[in-house]
Ligand binder design. Sequence first.
Ligand SMILES: Nc1ncnc2c1ncn2[C@@H]1O[C@H](COP(=O)(O)OP(=O)(O)OP(=O)(O)O)[C@@H](O)[C@H]1O
Ligand SMILES: [Mg+2]
Length: 366
Amino acid sequence: MEKFVTSNLKLGIIAGGQLGKMLIQEASKWDIATYVLDKKSNCPAGSIASVFVKGNHLDFNSVYQFGKKVDILTYELENINIDALLKLKSEGLKIVPDPDILKIIQDKGLQKDFYSENNIPTVAYQSFKSKDEIIDAITTNHLNFPFVQKLRKGGYDGKGVAVIRGEQDLVKLLEGASIVEENVDISKEIAVVAARNEKGEIKCFPIVEMVFDSRTNIVEMLVCPSEISKEQSLKAIHIAEIIIEKLGMAGLLAVEFFVDVNGEILVNEVAPRPHNSGHHTIESVITSQFEQHLRAILNLPLGSTQIKLPAVMLNLLGEKGYEGPVRYEGLTESLAIEGVKIHLYGKKITKPNRKMGHVTVVSTIL
Ligand SMILES: Nc1ncnc2c1ncn2[C@@H]1O[C@H](COP(=O)(O)OP(=O)(O)OP(=O)(O)O)[C@@H](O)[C@H]1O
Ligand SMILES: [Mg+2]
């Protein structure tokens, strides 16, 4: 494979958000030619991709034609036209992670079925075809409050998730096929980013603790290393290894967990791509998650996941009450603090809670 890592290798990335942008920044170190497909030419990755292709990731033709231009295809989001990927695969295109795995992961119902079939600890759930079916189940006492409803497809950043505590919350029920989970009494949310290559080599990044905004369900901050016990840490890493192995996938797999008030570790969901919970690795770990993704999809040896410096990562979210052209405040003051590393994604328009950038603060005490 090494001989392919040259400017002749055309790596296709579906969608050009911040994850695509940071993946390209790594790929350019190895002089890989990067092709990006996105609906908007002013997307974060648009200006730094070797080739930008305008098109919708949900549209069969856009994805199919894009795949025809590249040697290897990967993605930075799950909600992609799967039929186009399966057709490209059947015609011999190397797509990593494999579209058959993405098909399971992009549907929270199939994802949960996978956990039950493989005895992976997860929150108890039921599947529903529509909002009306959920209301029927409540009326006939087959479903009790509180519960958490999640749309099977298309959710991100807490959109597509509704916490229903009682009758007063029924107006928040989402329309569409969904799963309903027990409401977990969460003490902590943690994540492990695992990587596997085709040779079957697996490496996991150290566990991070994610701190959420309770109203928006968006990660505000993450801390690495997390403060969980050695036993819990080994258990979470072991579960992440089992999932990536059982899926038989190559690439990165971010595994989100709940630690409940009894200390039990339960899988929440997985994402087969670089993840918000791995952003700190750029500065704080020997190999960044983006470099690791490239190593994994190109079947190269995986890099060291040893921590160089402990870190916290803060998401820079669009200010509440304002939508319009982006303006950054406090840059000079922040950069005056030692150990502060700022990443601005280059989104032109800000809106409340939109992910606009992140700041990693590394420990300067060695
Ligand atoms: N069963 C549950 N019990 C309690 N809280 C939950 C439950 N499921 C989800 N949550 C809360 O909602 C958040 C978002 O849920 P989830 O990760 O499933 O959604 P998402 O929108 O796909 O996520 P992401 O923000 O990772 O894109 C969780 O991180 C957690 O804080
Ligand atoms: Mg999540």
